[in-house]
Design a protein around this ligand. Structure first.
Ligand code: LLP
Length: 386
């Protein structure tokens, strides 16, 4: 089964471009809100790093979600899209002074702090401005996630967060600093996680840490469990809305939250992944020695995930229902890694056909580059094509 696309409208547009199905996006956010609401005191911050297209951001903001940002640029994009500063969290191992100042000036909700040197700088910059900065500590829970090595983040060997052993000491230091207010703990174990057992492991670890902190009579208002829920790249049409029901239920069942606490989530991929496709035209069909190549006008500059993580994106020929044939689907960039898929079965491909690379709404457009002096791909919402 293929997705549905307004390809008559596509013929007026320069390819490649990203196409966002706003109906899928809206359904996804509605499901997030409905399932998260069952947990009670919950705040969902969309991870802007997954996709900062202005149209996509404004739909997410309209539905009342907050924003999880990892740079000054993302904070600006979130503010511009109308996210209230009171719903913005700011994470990242290397926050520059100007980025911290931007967050302080905007009065964002919270800085997710990853080291003592960073905490000291936030305290100092806040003092200069006569402000108090809310801080949560990102704790490295040493929980592995069953996903690609480049996108696990919660292991002791990763650069992220503060180790559990140092946690008590770091909290003590924060309590001594006059311009930071310690408000919570933050975790994130990785991305594209489909095994709920990984989230159970995180909950168990948080339960232990909470008991330890409580024994010291320190109050924690906010627990932030990050993002990470995966999507079905193999079957984007079968499961356009990820399984948020199981995801939130896993936390409801396994995390021992205290009655005064708010639980925060930072999903990125699961919100925007399935609504987006990279649309490309076939430039040439080339017969190689043993195989046929479908050469697209999109390359890894437009969608880098296959080249960078060996990620699979389902490929569909939108222009033909002809007999299936097997192709290596490649881009025009002068590097052998510019391959979207090998031995892919597609309805017989001709020059000029439209091809969709599915499930590309997350970490697609936002990771595009201009290598080879290529133009960055544009993004269009389905709303604009009616
Ligand atoms: N919170 C924190 C602290 C994060 O580091 C991330 C993602 C998220 C939330 C959102 O995670 P998500 O719900 O999207 O899994 N470029 C890679 C993914 C990198 C994820 C980085 N951190 C890819 O294309 O697969």
């Amino acid at each position: 089964m293929k997705g549905t696309f307004p390809i008559d409208k596509f013929s007026e547009l320069r390819t490649p471009f990203y196409y966002y199905d706003t109906e899928v996006l809206r359904q996804t956010i509605a499901t997030v809100r409905q399932e998260a609401a069952r947990l009670g005191n919950v705040a969902v911050h969309y991870a802007v790093k997954a996709n900062a297209n202005a149209g996509v951001l404004s739909i997410i903001r309209e539905h009342g979600l907050g924003a999880d940002c990892v740079s000054g640029g993302e904070i600006r994009a979130a503010l511009k899209a109308g996210f209230p500063a009171s719903k913005i969290v700011f994470a990242g191992v290397g926050k520059a002074d100007w980025e911290i100042e931007l967050g302080l000036d905007a009065d964002i909700f919270c800085f997710n702090v990853e080291s003592v040197p960073e905490l000291e700088v936030i305290n100092e910059l806040a003092a200069r401005k006569g402000k108090m900065a809310n801080v949560a500590f990102r704790i490295n829970p040493d929980v592995g996630a069953h996903t690609h090595a480049n996108i696990t983040t919660g292991l002791a060997e990763n650069k992220f967060g503060i180790s559990m052993n140092d946690m008590d000491d770091v909290i003590d230091q924060a309590l001594q600093m006059p311009h930071v207010r310690f408000v919570g703990l933050h975790f994130h174990i990785g991305s594209q996680i489909v095994d709920m057992g990984d989230f159970v492991a995180l909950c168990n670890r948080i339960n232990e840490l909470q008991d330890r902190i409580e024994a010291r009579h320190i109050r924690i208002e906010h627990i932030n469990v990050g993002g990470g829920l995966g999507i079905d790249y193999d079957h984007p049409n079968r499961q356009p809305v990820p399984d948020f029901k199981s995801y939130f239920a896993t936390y409801a069942k396994n995390l021992r939250l205290r009655p005064h606490q708010t639980l925060h989530f930072e999903p990125g991929r699961a919100i925007v992944g399935q609504c987006g496709s990279l649309i490309s035209r076939v430039l040439y069909v080339k017969q190689g020695t043993n195989k046929k190549f479908a050469i697209l006008d999109a390359g890894f500059t437009d969608l880098i995930r296959p080249a960078l993580y060996q990620a699979y994106h389902k490929i569909e020929n939108l222009s033909s229902d002809g007999a299936m044939e097997t192709y290596d689907v490649v881009g025009p960039i002068c590097e052998s890694s510019d391959v979207f898929g090998k031995a892919i079965d597609l309805n017989s491909v001709r020059r000029g056909h439209f091809v969709a690379l599915r499930s590309a709404g997350a970490y697609g457009e936002i990771m595009a580059s201009s290598y080879n002096c290529r133009e960055l791909p544009k993004g269009y919402l389905s709303d604009e094509m009616r």
